[in-house]
Write a protein that binds this ligand. Structure first.
Ligand code: ATP
Length: 242
């Protein structure tokens, strides 16, 4: 068959009972690129990430990473294959310290170390210096921005090929969002990581993404160069809210 780089989905359809949340979705998130998935509330963005990461089982379609078919693979094995999912809502373990949270990520990284060299915890502190200053503090004492840095750092320690990010900017100050996006951009450019970035804030997502995919009621209504989408007045007004 066709050689496909990075993450790809084809004909993906996911239903909740009678509700079709994803309807015949095709998309790719290649390595070295940030692919933004945009759309209003209820468009199907979170469902897309949960289906790709194996938390939901699609009714139809296929999911793959390069030449590896991940359709129907359980969440733990999808993570082992190199797809790291950072869910909305900052899933840190609040009772553990910052460093203990990072060590959990490093555990999966050691499992994957034959495939890809994981970064060290010190590397993560270099990317996000405020985490180093708080390494012995319980995660519940962190600000929203620091929690987001912690979950992204933990995901990076698993040595992923693909990073799935659900609304990382939610509730964060613009300078913090810029800082986090700048780190992601650097990792994508230097490490060839593939990022699939779900955002309701389409304007800021398109400012760092290479490609944008617009979902509406579970269907792809546009897929194009990010700058082109941002310049399309009709599309912006109809689906992107800016
Ligand atoms: P949001 O930004 O609000 O999370 P979204 O684009 O991520 O929006 P989804 O959360 O994927 O959208 O929801 C897509 C559709 O599926 C919506 O119609 C939603 O009501 C429905 N849906 C989501 N989760 C469930 C569920 N657990 N049970 C039933 N319907 C659901």
């Amino acid at each position: 068959g066709v050689v496909r780089d990075g993450l790809w989905v084809q004909g993906l359809t996911t239903r909740y009972g009678p509700v079709t949340a994803l309807d015949d979705v095709d998309l790719t998130a290649p390595g070295g690129r940030i692919t933004a998935v945009l759309g209003a509330n209820g468009a199907g963005k979170t469902t897309l990430l949960r289906t790709v990461s194996g938390l939901l089982r699609p009714q139809a379609g296929r999911i793959g990473l390069g030449g590896t078919d991940l359709t129907g693979v359980n969440a733990e094995d999808v993570a082992r294959a190199g797809v790291a999912h950072v869910p909305e809502g900052r899933g840190v373990i609040t009772e553990l310290t910052v460093e203990e949270n990072l060590r959990l990520g490093a555990l999966l990284g050691s499992v994957r170390s034959s495939v890809r060299t994981p970064p060290t915890i010190a590397d993560v502190y270099t990317l996000f210096p405020s985490l180093r200053r708080r390494k012995s503090q319980a995660a519940h004492s962190l600000s929203g921005g620091e929690r987001q840095m912690l979950v992204i750092g933990r995901a990076l320690l698993s040595a992923p090929e693909v990073l799935l990010l659900d609304e990382p900017s939610l509730g964060l100050a613009p300078q913090i969002v810029s800082r986090i996006f700048a780190v992601l951009r650097e990792l994508v450019d230097t490490e060839g990581l593939a990022v699939l970035l779900v955002e309701q804030n389409a304007r800021s997502a398109l400012s760092i993404a290479d490609t944008g995919v617009v979902l509406n009621l579970g269907r792809v209504v546009a897929c194009s160069d990010a700058a082109e989408l941002a310049a399309d007045d009709e599309l912006r007004h109809a689906y992107l809210g800016f």
